[in-house]
Ligand binder design. Structure first.
Ligand code: FAD
Length: 301
């Protein structure tokens, strides 16, 4: 793939998603990764929130450090499942005290797992749009929500899915970040349907560079993303060849983004899995340039 010059990538905005570490080893890995990826100058980064609020403290700690030490514009994910409105508002207050001005507002999965029936908490928010309205009332949050180009597993059909997205947009969301997908045609169709339904907020594609195809397939089944057969072909015979596998993974993600750029998309949300090398390889292929001063400052902080 031909490399682009630095200037040709200035109109492309990227964001990175991290998850809060669950062990000392993962903690070390995250803080090694963050300065390396900060050097690619993301528009913002996000930190996920464990199912049912299970990582509230680690999420808050990671977000706090990203903002205060690493000086990164950081969005904290927030779910409202299995929590009263007061409990959710208490988390929002903690986020605000930590300097958070960006939130990824989500419903979250029921404790029994994805696909089980969702029942709002008796004193909780009725749905994500309700949560978004509460956040809008604060007046100063940038609010991202989710979108599902292949529809959420609970949505009976695409029309119902888009109606959910529209409710979140109407409630005041700033943008939607999508679940990962590999078929750009499906994403384009989704965009067209959303726009036809009156959704005007940006819908930013979520790109998942593939660290491990077998694990990805398991995960994709649970969240309703299709893993197309061409990926089996691309990764065939590479199980025991990590270096070649990493090259193919970077090629696949870069080709997907390049194709979306050709279709007019200018913002991308990258699922990093808290690892820098593959993400760096993807961005290098796309002609992005790192700012090593940012990396050095982030590593020292
Ligand atoms: P919504 O988009 O609000 O709703 C999902 C579906 O539920 C709808 O499509 C519809 O089928 C149904 N539905 C919702 N409201 C209504 C209604 N009023 N009437 C009828 N049907 C309705 N999970 C975490 O636990 N932590 C995270 O940090 C996290 N981050 C994520 C980030 C992104 C970018 C994405 C795409 C997903 C993330 N998730 C996260 C997963 C998410 O929590 C699950 O997919 C969950 O099942 C739905 O939450 P949501 O906010 O996407 O739901």
């Amino acid at each position: 793939m031909a490399l682009k010059t630095e200037s040709s990538r200035r109109d492309i905005r990227i964001s990175f998603e991290f998850f809060p570490p669950k062990s000392d080893e993962m903690e070390a890995q995250l803080w090694e990764t963050v300065p390396e990826l900060a050097a690619w100058q993301p528009e913002f980064v996000t930190v996920t929130y464990g199912a049912g609020g299970s990582t509230k403290e680690p999420t808050l700690a990671a977000v706090r450090r990203m903002i205060s030490e690493k000086r990164l514009p950081t969005a904290a994910h927030l779910t409202c499942v299995d929590a009263s409105q007061d409990e959710v508002k208490a988390v929002v207050e903690e986020y605000r005290a930590a300097g958070v001005r960006r939130i990824v507002a989500l419903r979250g999965d029921p404790a029994a797992g994805i696909g089980s029936a969702y029942t709002p908490h008796p004193q909780g928010f009725s749905d994500t749009a309700d949560l978004v309205r509460m956040l809008v009332d604060y007046g100063d949050f940038d609010i991202s929500v989710s979108a599902y180009p292949e529809k959420h597993p609970e949505s009976p059909d695409m029309a119902a899915d888009i109606a959910t997205l529209k409710r979140k947009a109407d409630a005041g969301a700033t943008r939607a970040l999508t679940q990962f997908f590999f078929e750009n045609d499906a994403f384009e169709r989704y965009l067209e349907r959303a726009q036809a339904a009156g959704v005007t907020m940006p819908i930013v594609p979520g790109i998942m560079p593939i660290q491990n195809l077998t694990q990805l397939k398991r995960f994709a089944r649970r969240c309703g993303s299709t893993v197309p057969a061409f990926l089996d072909d691309r990764f065939e015979g590479l199980d025991e060849k990590p270096e070649e596998r990493a090259e193919v993974a970077a090629d696949v993600a870069a080709e997907q983004i390049e194709d979306l750029i050709r279709r007019g998309i200018r913002e991308f949300h990258l699922y990093t899995m808290n690892r820098a090398p593959l993400i760096g390889a993807v961005l290098e292929r796309l002609g992005f340039r790192r700012d090593t001063d940012i990396q050095a400052a982030g590593a020292a902080a």
